[in-house]
Ligand binder design. Structure first.
Ligand SMILES: C[S@@+](CC[C@H](N)C(=O)[O-])C[C@H]1O[C@@H](n2cnc3c(N)ncnc32)[C@H](O)[C@@H]1O
Length: 192
């Protein structure tokens, strides 16, 4: 288990890229712990003291090296579509895989905590939403707010504004999943 000060709120960014989102927030909010979980190595800059960088990849329910219910909030900012792009199975198989890895994220989230996922509209509605319906969690989908977007999200938004008809699917959406009421098992497919 990673030893991180348990007294401050702990926020986790899964698939953070170069970590810009959390590096900036960690500097602005020294009273919180920021944790990056990302397959890539450290960025080429000094990290704030309240930011922990863990090199790792989400592959199953146990990938995240944290105790159950020990994280206050999680963000997956355009990371699930990258995992989808790397996945070799069918969309239906990916739906089951998605439920497995998100069950692992929900495991580490405390009760009442929130998981925020931002992705392109097409991915959210065609891939993510059916997977979440199968997982049995409470969630809300809204347009992503421009001020909350990473560089990746801003590029998608710019693409949408460039040609809204043609690129309708690239409008970023935000999915907020509340852990409240989550009664999922470690293997949601078999629990039904
Ligand atoms: C499109 S980038 C988004 C980066 C950043 N979150 C942002 O908003 O700019 C997707 C990120 O997901 C990471 N990634 C890919 N597969 C992953 C996995 N299985 N577990 C965690 N992160 C993964 C990639 O290394 C990459 O940094």
């Amino acid at each position: 288990m990673n030893e991180i000060n348990q007294e401050k709120p702990r926020l986790l960014d899964v698939g953070a890229g170069f970590g810009e989102l959390f590096i900036d927030r960690a500097k602005a909010e020294p009273n919180k712990n920021f944790i990056v979980f990302e397959p890539l190595g450290f960025p080429d800059q000094e990290l704030p003291e309240n930011l922990t960088w863990i090199k790792g990849r989400l592959t199953d329910q146990e990938s995240l090296p944290f105790q159950d219910g020990s994280i206050d909030g999680v963000i997956l900012n355009f990371s699930l579509s990258t995992i989808y792009a790397d996945y070799s199975g069918s969309d239906q198989e990916f739906g089951e895989y998605l439920q497995k890895i998100l069950t692992g994220v929900l495991r580490v989230l405390k009760d009442g905590g929130e998981m925020v996922i931002r992705e392109e509209r097409g991915f959210c509605l065609n891939i993510l939403e059916p997977g979440l319906n199968g997982l049995g969690v409470d969630f809300v989908i809204t347009p992503a707010k421009e001020q909350d977007l990473s560089l990746t999200g801003q590029e998608m938004l710019a693409d949408y504004y460039f040609d809204p008809e043609k690129n309708h699917d690239s409008l970023p959406l935000q999915v907020v999943i509340s852990k409240t009421g989550f009664a999922g098992s470690a293997n949601p497919q078999k629990s039904q």
